[in-house]
Design a protein around this ligand. Structure first.
Ligand SMILES: Nc1nc2c(ncn2[C@@H]2O[C@H](COP(=O)(O)OP(=O)(O)OP(=O)(O)O)[C@@H](O)[C@H]2O)c(=O)[nH]1
Ligand SMILES: [Mg+2]
Length: 444
């Protein structure tokens, strides 16, 4: 997410931190770079202008320049202003009783409404709600079918009607089903059009009038850059949009438009989509994103993701075994599977302070199949071999290589790295660590 912008701002921040003194000319030079980085990331020029002016004004006004560690203070100002641009507080959906609450999803064709409807349902269920999905994109049977499939995949009920039935009618049926079945949130997926046109707006206005949604969320594709900002402005001019879902933030550098969408439209960002999978969906926290962009890491999101992806007991069991130096390849495989459940490793590392630079390399290791190879090798071992890898001599190595579709060299490397890791674990267990040696994950 916003990798290029993030890398550039982090480089500027690193240089600022290194400066013991900061003159007004230094500050101006740094701010010029910040301005360029933001513009290149497709942040709206008006937003950039105000942003830079405010930081300059505050830096001079609060005498940051004469103070101690001026670079750190400037970075703090940048962070605060970024949080402000992104909306300050988190936008929490209003779904409270009396229910059922209606969440209407609107947006242009292909922006990600249907996918986001299902992702949102999963998220809300995780937050303790009982969501229900309504397929109100009634014009294309394929659209209804898509939502039904997603609903099956995540095990959430989808209410549908015959093709051509008025969207308001099917949405009403959804509300009735929610009341009957005890669901407290009804998420309504609507049809998108290529362009905003009169019939589309009229239909959406009709739906808003009939359903009185507690939240009307506009789904916009962050990859379309400034177009996303324009779309949001136009929709908001006609419909009472209460929040935004920015999809495809995993895409390219133009995601910067997202940074300005809130301050241009005044509509808060509620969620961001970061991939095609059902888990690739995050509540939008302005301060966390600002920290991530500036390379300050996002430990809170990381921990939350870990809690969702990790089986607690499993993790505790592994930790116990590590302490007892009984960590086997079997444990290692189950750890790998848990890491995979937590989502793309590159995205995880981006959230770790100081590790953002590793994100690309780690993701590349996953993408070129390293982790899958490691898993395949472990799969091809017998349970005994996994517990006692020292038994694996030449003949077994050949068998495992053949069974996993890898080579003996791959098997050798994994075993060597695992042995190193075990040694390290033993040292940790006995309380002695050798400085300067980071544990190396098998697979790299
Ligand atoms: N990479 C990525 N792809 C996404 C994201 N959200 C949605 N997509 C993909 O975008 C495409 C369109 O998504 P849909 O959910 O069908 O979009 P829609 O707005 O319902 O489209 P229409 O119903 O045709 O208007 C699909 O291939 C999704 O998998 C995201 O956050 N990241
Ligand atoms: Mg759709």
């Amino acid at each position: 997410m916003l990798e290029i912008l993030s890398a550039r701002l982090q480089a500027i921040a690193a240089r600022l931190r290194g400066q013991a003194r900061l003159t007004e000319a230094d500050l101006d030079a740094a701010l010029r770079e910040v301005r360029l980085a933001l513009l290149e990331a497709d942040v709206h020029f008006r937003v950039v202008k105000t942003f830079v002016a405010r930081i300059r004004e505050r830096a001079i006004g609060t005498e940051v320049l004469d103070g101690v560690r001026p670079g750190h203070q400037v970075i703090k100002l940048v962070h605060e202003e970024l949080v402000d641009i992104l909306g300050g507080e988190r936008h929490v959906l209003r779904l409270g009783p009396p229910g059922p609450a209606v969440v209407l999803l609107v947006g242009l064709q292909g922006s990600g409404k249907t996918t986001s409807a299902a992702k949102l349902a999963v998220r809300l269920r995780r937050d303790g709600h009982r969501p229900l999905l309504v397929a109100a994109d009634v014009y294309r049977p394929a659209a209804v079918e898509q939502l039904v499939r997603l609903g099956e995949q995540v095990d959430i009920e989808v209410v549908t009607g015959p093709t051509g039935i008025p969207p308001a009618a099917i949405a009403e049926a959804g509300l009735a089903a929610a009341r009957g079945g005890g669901a407290d949130v009804v998420i309504v997926d609507t049809a998108g059009r290529q362009h905003m046109d009169q019939p589309m707006m009229a239909e959406l206005e009709g739906l808003v009038g009939a359903l009185q949604p507690t939240e009307s969320l506009l789904v916009v594709d962050a990859m379309t850059g400034q177009e996303a900002v324009r779309v949001a402005e136009t929709f908001h001019a006609t419909l009472p949009i209460t929040g935004l879902i920015l999809t495809k933030m995993d895409g390219d550098a133009r995601g910067g438009a997202a940074l300005s969408i809130r301050s241009v439209t005044g509509v808060p960002i509620a969620y961001v989509g970061t991939g095609e999978g059902m888990d690739a969906f995050e509540a939008f926290h302005p301060d966390r994103l600002a920290q991530r962009i500036l390379g300050m890491g996002d430990i809170v999101t990381l921990v939350e993701r870990a809690q969702e992806g990790m089986d607690r007991e499993e993790a505790e069991r592994a930790a116990q075994r590590i302490l007892e130096s009984r960590f086997t390849l079997e444990d290692f495989r189950s750890q790998l599977q848990q890491v995979k459940r937590m989502g793309p490793i590159g995205q995880l590392l981006e959230m770790v302070p100081g590790a953002a630079g590793l994100a690309g390399a780690a993701q590349a290791a996953v993408d070129d199949g390293e982790l899958r190879r490691v898993e395949a090798i472990i799969e091809s071992m017998t349970p005994t071999e996994r517990r006692e890898p020292h038994l694996i001599k030449a003949a077994r190595r050949r068998r495992i290589a053949a069974g996993s579709g890898t080579s003996v060299a791959h098997v050798n490397r994994l075993l060597r790295q695992f042995e190193e890791m075990q040694k390290l674990v033993r040292q940790l267990g006995s309380g002695g660590t050798r400085p300067g040696r980071a544990p190396r994950l098998p697979g790299r």
